[in-house]
Ligand binder design. Structure first.
Ligand code: FAD
Length: 643
């Protein structure tokens, strides 16, 4: 029997970003004993990096805003592929979640009359992003941590133990979920990053809140934790992933110097007045308004500039089209020779407002460019280009409870799928974390309360998880050199960038899948040196399992979807095809008894039907708009004319 530390909890939350902490708070408030496990330090999650803000139709700056307008914007942004129920819950509940944060101590920027201020962002009809300068995620996470400490203090007052109902296991990586004989969740297996010691959590419910997958791509705004662990853990436990072909390339990452390529330049720069220009100084976005958005955006620079001051009388600037549109436009400008010296385009805020105002509104951006690129954004233009930023695809969940198809397994935040359809609007992630983090925590609590008896862990599964985790320490077979995990990772990232990036073709995806099969075979020969005590090479070798599985899900889904929509652009199928709107691609793990099963099981993708949108929600759209997305047969079945 493998030597492990053992703990028993009611709910184990894997991930301590916004989604994980909000889920943990909800489950603890129901009186359950909750473990929060995170592979980074507590307080260092992607959520702290979120800059622009949290979208919620509070109507503080634009009184006309409402959940219905937010819902419509979200569905349009996702090109009608979103789980409409998630988009509905999100639009309705986001304002309450923001106000709740304020009661827990969050200090948002204010309007002149003292309400929470809201800013413009791409794809949002009205100024809607509650923000704290360009450091919103930091304040959000700080507030949730403060709430956790308050709950721990309450537990201490009652029981004498701060960790009686909430304990944080930081720098602890989960490598496998454990299931009972009937397939229901029974716990999780992992290791302490510092000591390498194994740890087992016995729990009937697990909430996955592990964030995204960006580290499979070379140019990315994501940091080291984003290796798709939750996505892969869910698949190996039997759950399906939805929409994995949809990966968001944020239009504005830094492009120079090479050491910082991919680091995000927040959309707030454009939301607050910054404009994109090509090498000739042209504001090229006016030439890239796609048919589905015709008539909704300004057609001249004058109108676009007036919109910042008067949004009722003017249409918004096309610089604030949804991210997929702007990223493709930049890609085209560069490809056609109108790009900047280092392969990007220019983002100009310097000529648009006084230096002092720029430093006040965008302090992080000012410092980021000054320190990393020696560029003063109050005097010079920024060079920017697309960077892999966010994955719309994730664990398929029930919208109301966050439960996956595996009993006891829940997911929320970036690692869950459905909410954003084919493309996420900026600001809709922070609100997603709060709305669905809370719902997943409550869903897990209800599930635990409904159980007659706790599922039992199979010790053979614990032994198997330990064997897989230790495999990279096995010496290479005689005559073999052994593979280096860093080399494999670099090859994976380059390949995903080149072949499964912003523009895709069938030939490239087929090549990508062949390369992935080769990398999967080579992973079995990865060898790491040293011991289990803090060993980053070993950690990477284990993360690679997840990255390879998730990359296969992305490439296979992208090969299957023969249309272009949102974060999935096929050069060989450039149009949006209504026949694809009602289909969802589901990625699942297949175990065929071969060598790959234990380490990186194969992934298969199948199409399923999306549930049709409820009539009252459909009625929020004009029929003329639906015509752009729905098939003639679907439209013929509509029972009304439009609002
Ligand atoms: P995270 O906050 O990333 O947390 C994931 C957690 O999971 C971490 O604690 C990590 O350690 C843990 N973890 C991962 N794997 C394991 C494992 N195997 N075992 C244990 N723990 C594990 N969105 C907006 O709405 N507005 C914005 O302005 C905005 N700006 C952004 C700026 C940047 C630079 C970036 C990168 C993203 C931005 N986003 C923004 C997106 C948003 O920040 C993320 O989508 C969101 O924070 C994800 O939150 P999460 O709770 O799902 O995951």
């Amino acid at each position: 029997m493998t030597e492990t530390e053992r703990y028993e909890y009611d709910v184990v939350v894997i991930g301590a970003g916004g989604a994980g902490l909000r889920a943990a708070i909800a489950a603890r408030e129901r009186g359950l004993r909750v473990a929060i496990v995170c592979k980074s330090l507590f307080g260092k999650a992607h959520t702290v990096m979120a800059e622009g803000g949290c979208a919620a139709a509070m109507g503080n700056v634009a009184a006309k805003d409402s959940w219905q307008v937010h819902f419509r914007d979200t569905m349009r942004g996702g090109k009608f592929l979103n789980s409409w129920r998630m988009a509905e819950l999100h639009a309705k509940e986001a304002p309450d979640r923001v106000w709740e944060l304020e009661t827990w101590g969050a200090l948002f920027d204010r309007t002149p009359d003292g309400r929470i201020s809201q800013r413009n962002f791409g794809g949002h009809t009205y100024p809607r992003l509650a923000h704290v300068g360009d450091r919103t995620g930091l304040e959000l996470l700080r507030t949730l941590q403060q709430r956790i400490v308050a709950l721990q203090q309450a537990d201490h007052a009652e029981t004498g133990d701060y960790e009686a109902r909430l304990r944080v296991f930081a720098e602890c990586t989960v490598t496998e979920l454990l299931t009972a004989e009937d397939g229901a969740v029974a716990g999780a297996f992992g290791y302490w990053r510092e000591s390498g010691r194994f740890i087992v959590f016995e729990a009937p419910a697990v909430v996955l809140a592990t964030g995204g997958i960006g580290k499979s791509f070379k140019v990315t705004s994501n940091s080291w934790e984003y290796t798709g662990d939750g996505h892969a853990l869910a698949m190996r436990a039997g759950a399906g992933l939805v929409d994995m072909e949809f990966v968001q390339f944020h239009p504005t990452g830094m492009v120079w110097p090479p050491s910082v390529k991919g680091i995000l330049v927040t959309e707030s720069v454009r939301g607050d007045g910054g404009v994109l220009k090509n090498a000739a100084g042209d504001r090229f976005m006016f030439g890239y308004v796609p048919e589905v958005f015709q008539g909704l955006y300004a057609e001249s620079e004058d109108e676009a500039d007036r919109w910042y001051a008067d949004q009722d009388a003017n249409r918004r600037t096309p610089d604030l089209l949804p991210r997929d549109e702007v990223a493709r436009a930049i890609n085209t400008e560069v490809k056609e020779g109108r790009g900047s010296e280092h392969g990007g385009v220019f983002l100009d805020i310097a000529s648009r407002m006084p230096a002092e105002e720029i430093r006040r509104r965008l302090p992080s951006m000012y410092h980021q460019f000054k320190e990393l690129a020696d560029v003063d954004i109050t005097a010079e233009q920024m060079e920017v280009g697309p960077t892999c930023h966010y994955v719309m695809g994730g664990v398929g969940v029930d919208p109301d409870t966050g439960q996956s198809s595996v009993a006891g397994l829940f997911a929320a935040g970036e690692c869950a799928g459905g909410m954003h359809g084919s493309n996420r609007l900026g600001g809709n992630s922070l609100s997603d974390l709060l709305v669905f983090g809370r719902r997943a925590g409550l869903g897990a609590a209800d599930y635990v309360a409904s159980l007659g008896q706790r599922p039992a862990i199979d010790e053979a599964d614990v032994d198997a998880a330990a064997t897989t985790a230790l495999a990279p320490f096995d010496p290479p077979a005689s005559g073999e050199a052994g593979e280096n995990p860093y080399t494999l990772h670099a090859e994976l990232q380059q390949m995903m960038n080149d072949l499964v990036g912003i523009i895709r073709t069938e030939a490239e995806m087929t090549q990508a899948l062949a390369r992935l099969a080769e990398l999967r075979a080579r992973l079995r020969h990865v060898v790491v040196e040293g011991h289990r005590q803090y060993n980053p090479g070993w950690h990477l070798a284990l993360d690679l399992r997840n990255m390879l599985m998730v990359s296969e899900a992305v490439a296979t889904s992208a090969l299957t979807r023969t249309e272009s929509r949102g974060g999935h652009t096929r050069d060989d199928h450039p149009a949006l095809d209504p026949e694809w709107r009602h289909r969802v691609l589901v990625s699942r793990c297949v175990r065929d008894g071969g060598d790959d099963d234990a380490v990186v099981p194969r992934v298969a993708v199948e199409a399923a039907e999306r549930e049709p949108m409820r009539e009252d929600l459909l009625a929020l759209f004009d029929v003329e708009e639906l015509r752009k997305y729905y098939t003639a047969g679907e439209l013929a079945g509509l029972t009304r004319g439009g609002p």
